[in-house]
Design a protein around this ligand. Sequence first.
Ligand SMILES: [Zn+2]
Length: 85
Amino acid sequence: MSETQKLDFSAVNGTTLASFNQHKNLIKRMLKGNSAECSECKKPLTLQLPPNSNKAKSSDKAPGIYCAKGCTDIELDIEAVALMK
Ligand SMILES: [Zn+2]
């Protein structure tokens, strides 16, 4: 009975890793100043960077990559981004 559970679990992990790498490549491209568009609505994506200082105004949006319509909503892992720079 535990065999099926193991199979399901690894399948979930594989999907998560694949989409994580996809998001990472997208963030890298946008950090370099390249533009990208939403795969759903084809609108340009916005990169919301985390505030760098205490004086920075807190944004109503969490760091991440968004499109205008909201079909792309990728949360940014601040530590991961720091490693990319
Ligand atoms: Zn979109």
